[in-house]
Design a protein around this ligand. Structure first.
Ligand code: NAD
Length: 507
């Protein structure tokens, strides 16, 4: 499909607009590093306008008085729009990020599902009641919090932003989205879809720009009580520091260095499939990528051979080619960073066990050949740090205890994958690994109801299902007296003294 790519403007108060300072920056095609279009560069003034619009919509606009049913219909209308424009959204995503088109289509479908899922959930939201004998009825309800700042990364930008926008709007909040500067296109198209769905002005706003300026202004804004952030752990720390003075509520979905632990009794064929898909899908730019393969020593050579065979045949190339499995990385800077990790692995003495090939005819793109290292120790940078590219490091282990120790020997704790046919060991290891999510004999298959998020440097809080609603709502408790319960009478000393002056008989 060919799409018309317009300059990416901000979307504020229901209208597309340039920034107050008329600044722009280019977004680049990762396959060629040519400019796709110009993007409005947001400043604090643009954030100010967007937050003011979102605040008005939250307090005074029709959003505030709408019934849940009306809101839910709008969310379904957004999902309809995403589905109608699914091919265009996938095309824009591939153009902007280098995600292979087949995978970008999957992400667009999931974006629509995110809206339908949270629309459905919103209709089931209830409070609780606490009857207290015959004296009180206490009840609770969930209230929307206000304006949410949604700050998203460049990997799967459409899917990740809708994963925040849908629960945010479903619960009656309004939003200012600050998309990643390297991938602004689908956010702009989404704003058009939201507008055309009939969502009132100000409910959903997009301000493009850089993290240190537009993002930081959103985080520091006193009228933005919620910050939902997905990105690097270092950025997450900075954001929490910057928002601390207003006691904001943060959701932090951060980096990962997730282990795949394969025991000697595992179904090797399926485990190989899952390992290869887990690290090389989404170009390796996946927060839950299984980027460390911890394998029973007896399986090491088998695995190394299988991986070599598979990696050699992985189709690296033009992300618009339907057959492509790995496309170019998002940006030349990120590409250089990933290549530097590969050099560091070689310099630190890890063995390159498998390497794919770059497409020769696309020499200007940000291609990195899928690479598998085998290391004998776990303290190398390639085993400890998040590379966020198509690079796998394999480390053998000799016992279950060692496997668990290595799995936990990183600062991250997002996901983990365990492969074994021993039921008891599967549960033991799943419980012993310090990670927010563990898959047993499975690759990353998500059920939208389950909590998504990590431990340690991988984040704070959970998204998914009711957990997103926990973040986007405030509990309010109402205490209702049903009768004449005793109330201590402070300041009524006179009566008390007069009463005590009476003789017991008089009383
Ligand atoms: P990043 O932290 O560089 O940027 C993320 C967003 O934060 C961007 O929109 C950026 O402009 C903004 N930002 C940067 N500095 C800011 C500041 N000081 N104040 C406010 N906003 C600021 O991350 P990235 O490179 O875009 O994305 C890759 C990272 O995201 C990886 O670490 C990956 O693991 C992580 N990630 C995590 C999950 C998860 O669910 N845990 C999902 C996807 C990606």
């Amino acid at each position: 499909m060919t799409v018309e790519v317009k300059p990416a403007q901000h979307f504020i108060d229901g209208e597309f607009c340039d920034g107050e300072q008329q600044l722009t920056f280019p977004t680049l095609n990762p396959t060629t590093n040519e400019v796709i279009t110009e993007v409005a560069e947001g400043t604090a003034a643009d954030i100010e306008r967007a937050v003011a619009a979102a605040r008005r919509a939250f307090r005074d606009g029709p959003w505030a008085t709408m019934t849940v049913q009306e809101r839910v219909q709008l969310l379904h209308a957004i999902a309809d729009g995403i589905e109608r424009h699914g091919e265009e959204l996938a095309t824009l995503e591939t153009l902007d990020t280098g995600l292979p088109i087949a995978q970008a289509r999957g992400q667009a479908a999931r974006a629509a599902r995110n809206f339908r899922y949270y629309a459905e959930m919103a209709t089931h939201l209830t409070g609780e009641s606490y009857p207290v004998d015959h004296t009180f009825l206490n009840y609770t309800m969930r209230r929307p919090v206000g304006v949410a700042g949604l700050i998203t990364p460049w990997n799967t930008p459409l899917m990740l932003s809708t994963w925040k926008i849908a629960p945010c709007l479903a619960t009656g909040n309004t939003a200012v989205l600050k998309p990643a500067e390297w991938s602004p296109l689908t956010a702009t198209k989404l704003a058009e879809i939201v507008r055309d769905a009939g969502v009132p002005p100000g409910v959903f706003n997009v301000v493009h720009g850089f993290g240190e300026t537009a993002g930081a202004a959103l985080v520091a804004h006193p009228h933005v009580p919620l910050i939902s952030f997905t990105g690097e752990s270092v950025t997450g720390k900075e954001i929490m520091r910057n928002g601390a003075s207003y006691l904001k509520r943060f959701s932090m979905e951060l980096g990962g260095k997730s282990p795949v632990v394969v025991f000697d009794d595992a179904d090797v064929e399926r485990a190989v499939d899952a390992v290869v898909f887990g690290i090389f899908s989404l170009n390796g730019e996946r927060c839950t990528a299984g980027s460390r393969l911890l394998v029973a020593r007896s399986l090491l050579e088998t695995f190394a051979e299988r991986l070599q065979e598979r990696v050699r045949h992985i189709r690296v190339g033009d992300p618009f080619d339907e057959q492509t499995e790995v496309g170019p990385l998002i940006h030349a800077d990120h590409c250089a960073r990933v290549k530097a990790y590969i050099q560091s692995g070689e310099a630190e003495g890890a063995r390159v066990a498998a390497k794919g090939t770059n497409p020769a005819h696309l020499s200007r793109g940000n291609f990195v050949p899928p690479t598998v290292f085998v290391a004998t120790t776990h303290d190398l940078r390639i085993a400890q740090e998040e590379i966020f590219g198509p690079v796998l490091v394999v480390v053998p282990f000799d016992s279950e205890e060692e496997a668990v120790r290595l799995a936990n020997d990183v600062s991250y704790g997002l996901a983990a994958y365990v492969w074994t046919d021993d039921l008891r060991r599967a549960h033991r290891v799943a419980q012993a690994i310090d990670a927010g999510m563990v898959w047993v004999n499975s690759h990353n298959v998500r059920d939208l109801r389950t909590p998504f998020g990590g431990t340690k440097m991988s984040g704070i809080g959970r998204e998914g299902g009711l957990h997103s609603f926990e973040f986007f709502t405030e509990w309010k408790t109402v205490h209702v007296a049903l009768g004449q319960h005793p109330i201590p009478r402070f300041g009524d000393q006179q009566e008390a003294e007069e009463g005590s002056a009476l003789s017991p008989k008089q009383k």
